[in-house]
Design a protein around this ligand. Structure first.
Ligand code: NAD
Length: 432
């Protein structure tokens, strides 16, 4: 069985390593984070992903997966390190560069090197290949270089790693085939072959498509607020057209994919990527739109107690990267008029720079709950519990997920339907 060295053991690299290990490959997982390496060698993980703890324990116990701080010789190298953006929204490919450099001393002719990290167009040609060349290898003959972007959905990673269609783009045709054959040993979905730059661009356009469409829904929400229309109803009705699929509005777009990848295209073609840039701007404006509504809702309260529910960029995960909820929480916390409680059942205190509250603490005496993430826990809120504990039972649901209905004792505002939004002005009598 082939040996694979997976460099970067995060949300992508670790499940990838585990899936290949489960299929019988010998895997060495490499990470620069000592804690990740130490814990993994005990069969433990530090991220939340459905089913992953069990699979990792199984393959570590079976001796198929072990972790190390340094790469070592292998048949295949898979690089899955972060590709964030700099302050100026340009791509930071330094992690990819340093992971490639770390692999180079262990390379042998005939090895396959696959970059799974999401990368700007031409990164394989302009960043990765030159490092290989500098090390004395011909990147088009001696080794097989390919990009295989990842398109899994957090929460379903172990399923989608196996079942999704994969795109593999090599620097040469042979590299494409060699890399595609690696995936064909574990993937039940199709493995589509192309060249590197097309694979790079395809991945970026998948996320850009979604970002642009969410921006359209968010723009509709703002228009609807101005015109007194229910955007949720508009979307529901318009989507009954057989070829229309308007996305859902929300408090902004987060995660290190949708909120980041479009910039990789803007950076390379700023004069052409106008709609892509504008969509980023619209989605980036949503946290302030949410805060505007919070300010309107609480305008008549002296020291409103606000419970902010949810910090992650999507529901039922623990990932807070680029989350618009974090921006909203920080801005609300910075307003001295607000007495704020933050609650997220999926996030640990050490992940964020502010204290978290339990559900009970958060709702007790609250004037307003703002739902920022569609965790299952927030989809099933018990209205009676809220009415009993809150000071004024008002909900602002920015994900349109709560299932709570407007009733005499409970006011529910949804982000796309702000027509009846009024300042909260009545406090319940004490001891009620
Ligand atoms: N998470 C997702 O849902 C997802 C989906 C599609 C694509 N991607 C892409 O996959 C790539 C990895 O994302 P992620 O979510 O797994 O990131 P992550 O931050 O969860 O994990 C990356 C890991 O790489 C390690 N690392 C950094 N530099 C290293 C180096 N030089 N050598 C070894 N280890 C190093 C970090 O310590 C970390 O553990 C990114 O390019 C991302 O855009 C992620």
């Amino acid at each position: 069985m082939q040996k694979i060295c997976v460099v970067g053991l995060g949300y992508i690299g670790l499940p990838t390593a585990a899936v290949f290990a489960r299929a019988g490959f010998d895997i060495v997982g490499v990470d620069v984070n000592k804690q990740v390496v130490e814990r993994l060698n005990k069969g433990e993980i530090i991220i939340e992903e459905v089913g992953l703890p069990e699979v990792v324990k199984e393959v570590v116990d079976a001796g198929k997966l072990r972790a190390s701080l340094e790469p070592e010789a292998a048949d295949v190298f898979i690089i899955s390190v972060p590709t964030p953006i700099h302050e100026d929204c340009t791509a930071n490919v330094e992690y990819v560069r340093s992971a490639t450099k770390a692999v180079v001393p262990h390379l042998e002719k005939g090895n396959v090197i696959i970059v799974e990290s999401t990368i700007p167009p031409r990164t394989m040609d302009d960043v990765v290949a030159p490092i290989i060349r500098e090390a004395g290898f011909d990147p088009e003959k001696d080794v097989y270089l390919a990009h295989c972007p990842e398109r899994v959905l957090p929460g379903r990673i172990l399923i989608e790693l196996v079942e999704n269609t994969r795109i593999v783009g090599g620097l040469t045709k042979e590299a494409t085939t060699k890399a595609a054959d690696v995936y064909r040993q574990v993937v039940t979905g199709e493995v589509l072959e192309t060249e590197a730059v097309t694979a790079e661009m395809s991945k970026l356009m998948e996320n850009t498509f979604r970002d642009v469409n969410i921006a359209l829904a968010n723009e509709l929400t703002k228009i609807a607020a101005r015109l007194g229309v229910d955007a949720h109803k508009v979307i529901e009705l318009a989507n009954r057209h057989p070829r229309v699929n308007i996305h859902q509005p929300g408090p902004g777009v987060g995660g290190h994919c949708l909120a980041v990848d479009p910039y990789f295209i803007v950076e390379k073609a700023p004069e052409e990527a106008l709609m892509i840039q504008l969509s980023r701007d619209i989605n980036n404006s949503m946290p302030d739109f949410v805060i505007e509504q919070i300010i309107k809702l609480t305008a008549e309260l002296k020291e409103p107690r606000i419970a902010l529910f949810g910090l992650t960029y999507k529901g039922n995960i623990d990932d807070v990267r680029e989350s618009p909820a974090i921006e909203i929480v920080e801005k609300v916390l910075a307003n001295p008029r607000f007495d704020v409680r933050v609650h997220d059942p999926h996030v640990r205190n050490e992940q964020v720079p502010f204290p978290l509250s339990s559900f009970e603490e958060a709702i007790t005496d609250a004037n307003l709950i703002v739902i920022l993430t569609d965790h299952n826990e927030f989809k099933a809120l018990d209205p009676q519990a809220l009415i009993a504990k809150m000071d004024t039972s008002v909900i602002f649901d920015t994900k349109n997920c709560s299932g709570l209905e407007q009733e005499a004792a409970l006011t529910v505002h949804r982000i796309g339907d702000l027509t009846n939004l009024q300042a909260i002005h009545v406090n319940k009598p004490i001891n009620n």
